[in-house]
Design a protein around this ligand. Structure first.
Ligand code: PCD
Length: 783
């Protein structure tokens, strides 16, 4: 028997996943299945003069070749994006970035499809490319989107948040202002499993079945329907096991649509799975924000206001996946965790000749950038004023009694005890002893010119996760609410169907635990169904750490509805007014007489039996819920990183990492710890090694894991975790999301630690040995 309710329960899905019995998209083989491959542009910017597919078509194993013109004939050459733009499915008149999709070959096997790509003749007329966002708005910049009528520049949007006048006034009167230019470089979610699809268009039944790597099966079904013109009830989207998403599997990619069209054209199922380079070059990137931050304070360190100017590089198509009214995502939370008088930011989005996207890679829509900005600014301020960064944070954090806290940019933080969280992190780390050790190693270094420098870096973050409410948040017009359907069988076991979709987060376990907690039955008596639009209720899916906050809440409410139905049935069974029954986990019993009652198992049997039920009581115990969250949940955390830097080589070793997270009530603390470990590794990766970069012609310089470095256990210390618990006041079990928290909070802690070690005010990520060495030497840094 597994335990009932919340607690560190081993993940149910691991039974199959750790034995190699997971079933991923590439494991699917349908009878007669063909294989697709994509021809991609070698140029970042070029006009397409001609495309000749005849040689490829005559390859003996090739069954179809699709070009932009073929898709244009079906009105499918362009698809809508979640950010009010369109993106090319297959390029027609020109290519906009290196790796852009130009043609799709379908053949009897993957090798033949790949071989035939080489037989396609494309004549390109290369054009100058705009690669650096900082030059994208220059009057002579090449126009990325000149195929769009009326295009005169590379400008996408201007967006602002906060009160400009009030902020300017605070700055004008402030005793001290610190500022800093920061780049949050382009990085990639890089899930271990790349993106893929098996599309099966059944001409006889007129049905389209799609097995795909998608974090949002229902949203994808709506998109297939809108783009391909097939009604939703004839489309089934199935997400099987997914090998990591991290936001990379939220968007709709050209390869998916090409496979759908190819299956329609050939009448056979078509599989397309991208390789690593394709994933790194062409699917949704993240970040790429150029930020200028200013922070106003009193001379003794009372933070008053923050002012920010951002240039956002959205690549060739504005294909950022985020709620449609938030062009810069939730960047508005750049005020961080502090008690500010005023704040204002202005974000300008521009096109460049780079892959489209700007995905919420492990943060709720641009909060990683926002959190990094403010946590770096606070350290810059500490540096400029000669204050201790821990003290400075402690003095300025929002206090527990200030919640719910309306921020100067219009958010309402739901709950938190920030000082307690920071205090705990400092305590676990032994902050004062660390500072003493740092002083000793520095003195030693100055005396001998040898040794490593110790650095201590802090960050405090507030995440905003669990989008909607649907009143203000939608993706392409679909309000951000999610459903849960709960069926209780005659034997008392249950099947829960949810609209969210696990990519490794362990939903089969945690969602069963939620039911277990609410109904008092063991989690192994609850089967969780997800990732199949034919079998699950509608909802927007899993990203922005919204599953627990939204689908989890829907699950709680559905379970409580089941409990209320069970009460009515128990009343009939016990021949007593249901009012006189009370719930003890797993059982309705007569108030004041614990011996008289019925367990949920007995009630379930009775609910399906011939028992005479009162008028209006339907029988069975099934219930469902569509949950429209009243607000986001706002988890927080205090992180402390200790590094050792070799000033001679620039090498950084992360010696310790303390992470205290507050995600409200924890359903499964073991899974939460795993989620935090994952995000901390992410932070080390982004801070020290991950970078998608381009040469001036727009050639992608990080298209393999030889160049795009991911952190491994070798670079990670043994994590030291702590927790505080301030339940979300509006979530039915007080839980807040946590999946992305550590990715949001950790980069700043690592960067702050490295810069603290070498005594440098600012240097941009990634802090590779070369970058650190330049910083130590006072040489120009990587731009
Ligand atoms: N939890 C608990 N408690 C609490 C919270 C939470 O227990 N309080 C748990 C749950 O239930 C789950 C997990 O934990 O199981 C998580 O959760 P959440 O926070 O709600 O989240 P979700 O929604 O579920 O998920 C999502 C996330 C994201 S978003 C991301 S990036 C990442 C993360 O998740 N991804 C991933 N993590 C992970 N992991 C893994 N393994 N894999 C993956 O892929 Mo985005 O927007 O998409 O970018």
């Amino acid at each position: 028997m597994t335990p009932v309710g919340f607690g560190p329960l081993r993940r149910k899905e691991d039974l199959r996943l750790v034995r190699g019995r997971g079933r991923f998209v590439d494991d699917i083989a349908l009878p007669g299945m063909l294989h697709g491959a994509i021809l991609r542009s070698p140029y970042a910017h070029a006009r397409i003069v001609s495309v000749d597919t005849s040689a490829a078509e005559s390859h003996p194993k090739v069954r179809a070749v699709l070009t932009g013109a073929d898709l244009a004939a079906r009105d499918m050459a362009w698809m809508p994006t979640a950010s009010h733009d369109v993106a090319a499915v297959l390029a027609c008149e020109k290519v906009h970035f290196q790796g852009q999709e130009v043609a799709f070959v379908v053949a009897e096997d993957r090798y033949a499809a790949r071989d035939a790509l080489a037989l396609i003749e494309v004549e390109y007329e290369p054009l100058p490319a705009v690669v650096d966002a900082r030059t994208a708005l220059d009057p002579d910049a090449p126009l990325v989107r000149d195929e769009q009528p009326g295009c005169t520049d590379n400008h996408i949007f201007d967006w602002e948040s906060g009160d400009a006048a009030a902020t300017d006034a605070v700055f004008a009167a402030a005793e001290h202002v610190s500022d800093c230019d920061l780049v949050y470089p382009r990085v990639h979610p890089a899930p271990l499993e790349t993106c893929g699809i098996v599309a099966d268009a059944d001409r006889i039944e007129g049905r389209l079945t799609v097995h795909a790597t998608t974090q949002a099966p229902h949203t994808h079904r709506v998109l297939y329907s809108r783009i391909a013109g097939v009604p939703e009830h004839r489309i089934r989207v199935v997400a099987p096991d997914i090998g990591g998403g991290f936001g990379n599997k939220v968007a709709m990619y050209p390869g998916y649509l090409c496979a759908v069209v190819a299956s329609t054209v050939t009448g056979r199922p078509v599989k397309w799975v991208e390789d690593r380079s394709e994933n790194l070059m062409a699917s949704s990137f993240a970040r790429d924000y150029h930020m200028r931050g200013e922070i106003a304070a009193t001379r003794d360190g009372r933070i008053l206001a923050v002012r920010v100017r951002v240039l956002a590089d959205h690549g060739a198509f504005n294909a950022t996946s985020q709620p449609s009214r938030f062009p810069a995502g939730f960047f508005g939370v750049f005020t961080g965790s502090y008690d500010l008088r005023a704040a204002h930011c202005r974000v300008t989005g521009v096109h460049t000749n780079k892959a489209p996207g700007g995905v919420a890679y492990a943060c709720s829509f641009r909060i990683t950038e926002a959190s990094y900005l403010v946590e770096r600014l606070v350290d810059v301020l500490a540096h400029d004023l000669g204050l201790d960064p821990a003290r400075l944070r402690m003095d300025n954090l929002l206090r527990a009694e200030q919640f719910p806290h309306p921020t100067p940019t219009g958010w309402e933080y739901d709950s938190g005890d920030y000082p307690a969280t920071l205090r705990l992190a400092l305590e676990i780390a032994g902050y004062d002893e660390l500072r003493a050790e740092q002083a000793a190693t520095r003195a030693e270094y100055e005396r001998t010119g040898r040794g490593r420098l110790l650095g201590i870096g802090l960050s405090f973050f507030t995440e905003a996760v669990g989008a909607g409410p649907r009143r203000t948040m939608d993706i392409m017009g679909l309000g951000m609410a999610d459903g849960a359907d709960l069926r209780v069988h005659p034997s008392g076991g249950a099947v829960l169907a949810v609209s969210c979709m696990s990519q490794g987060q362990g939903h089969e376990t945690t969602f069963a635990q939620i039911i277990g907690h609410e109904l008092g039955i063991p989690a192994d008596q609850v089967q969780v169904v997800q990732g199949d639009t034919d079998r699950t209720p509608f909802g927007l899916g899993t990203y922005g750490s919204r599953s627990t906050a939204v689908s989890g809440a829907a699950t709680v409410v559905a379970a409580r509805r089941v409990r209320e139905r069970a009460r009515l049935v128990a009343g009939a069974m016990l021949e007593i007014d249901p009012i006189d029954l009370e719930w003890v986990p797993g059982r309705w019993q007569v108030r004041g007489d614990p011996t008289a009652g019925a367990s949920l198992t007995e009630i379930a049997a009775a609910a399906h039996s011939g028992l005479e039920l009162p008028d209006g009581v339907e029988g069975h115990l099934d219930a469902s819920c569509v949950y429209n969250p009243p607000n986001l949940t706002f988890p927080c955390g205090a992180y402390l990183c200790v590094v050792e830097v070799d000033p001679v080589t620039g090498e950084v070793r992360v010696r310790r990492f303390v992470a205290v997270d507050d995600c409200g009530v924890r359903i499964n603390p073991m899974i939460v710890a795993g989620q935090v470990h994952r995000g901390l590794a992410d932070g080390i990766g982004m801070a020290l090694m991950e970078l998608i970069t381009f040469d001036p012609d727009g050639n992608h310089l990080a298209a393999s894991f030889m160049d795009y470095l991911l952190p491994t256990s070798m670079e990670c210390p043994s994590w030291e975790l702590g927790e505080t618990v301030t339940p979300s006041p509006h979530h039915p079990i007080g839980a807040k999301g946590v999946g992305e928290s550590a990715t949001v909070g950790s980069p700043a802690a690592v960067v702050n630690a490295v810069l603290d070690a070498i005594g440098v005010r600012h240097a941009d990520m990634p802090l590779t040995p070369a970058q650190v060495w330049r910083a130590v030497q006072g040489r120009p840094l990587r731009p």
